[in-house]
Design a protein around this ligand. Structure first.
Ligand code: ZN
Ligand code: ZN
Length: 278
């Protein structure tokens, strides 16, 4: 029997006769459920969504599906001397993806920044010899498909080939980034998922509890994210939906955090605001 998949977030759930009553990921103030309620499908190994693979820089390939599934993140494949890390895979196991992965060295580890973007990690792990699926221990209650391949971690952990997960919190208590020390020509890069999110304006990023519902984070949590990134060497940043800060990413994160905290604490005010505190 094939696993169930929530249509709206494309996270997988255990196989069974009937789907779960509700998707806890979508029934939460960080995500959303339409008024029509939950909708389920079975993870389909014959789905024919078209895969586009694009090298972003040496050792990093973006994997996009058309049509996209669930929340619609693009997966990223990080190649290292010790094997490939699949980051934030879609809720998809069709031939376009697995044939491509087979032809490019398979998968040695799977990880995501947070529970929204786990997709079909467990099914893909089973497909690739039951490789570990890294899942932050602080977010343990959000695991939608419990399985022995789920490897809980906290604080920071080595994945493969010098690539590390670092827990920053914020969007979820276990929200993380993946640090690629050799990326950006050796200056280092972060895969940030929703932990640090790209925005429309170049040179700015943001941090939120909920992006679809626009719920901000407290100044404490934004400071915590910046502090947790403090020890990492990085100059570039890739979020979950295709925004890239190509250089100066640390300055962009720090100046964006300062601006954000200024607005949520009233320390920055609009110059035309007649009611601004003096
Ligand atoms: Zn869902
Ligand atoms: Zn999210």
């Amino acid at each position: 029997m094939r696993p169930w998949m929530c249509v709206f977030c494309a996270n997988e759930f255990p196989p069974g006769e009937t789907p779960p009553a509700v998707c806890p990921i979508c029934d939460d103030d960080r995500q959303w459920l339409p008024v029509s309620g939950p909708s389920w499908t079975r993870l389909d190994e014959t789905a024919d969504n078209v895969l586009t693979a694009r090298e972003l820089e040496p050792g990093l390939i973006a994997l996009s599906l058309h049509p996209s599934v669930g929340i619609g993140q693009r997966g990223l494949l990080v190649t290292t001397s010790e094997g490939n890390i699949l980051w934030e895979p879609p809720g998809f196991v069709g031939p376009s993806l697995v044939d491509w992965l087979d032809a490019h060295g398979g998968v040695a580890a799977i990880a995501s920044s947070h529970p929204h973007l786990v997709g079909a990690s467990v099914s893909l792990s089973h497909r690739y010899g039951r490789v570990p699926v890294f899942y932050n221990d602080s977010d343990r209650r959000w695991v939608t498909r419990p399985d022995p391949v789920v490897h809980f971690w906290s604080d920071t952990t080595d994945v493969l080939g010098g690539v590390r997960l670092v827990q920053c919190g914020g969007h979820f208590p276990g929200s993380a980034v993946l640090h690629l020390p050799a990326a950006a020509d050796g200056r280092g890069a972060l895969l940030t998922g929703d932990t640090v999110k790209g925005v429309m304006q170049p040179g700015m990023v943001t941090f939120m509890r909920s992006y679809p519902n626009m719920i901000p984070l407290s100044p404490r949590l934004v400071c915590q994210i910046v502090d947790r990134l403090g020890d990492l060497r990085f100059d570039r940043l890739y979020d979950a939906f295709g925004v890239v800060v190509r250089e100066g990413a640390r300055e962009v994160v720090e100046s964006s955090a300062e601006r954000y905290i200024g607005w949520v604490t009233d320390e920055i005010v609009d110059p035309d605001d007649p009611h601004a505190p003096s």
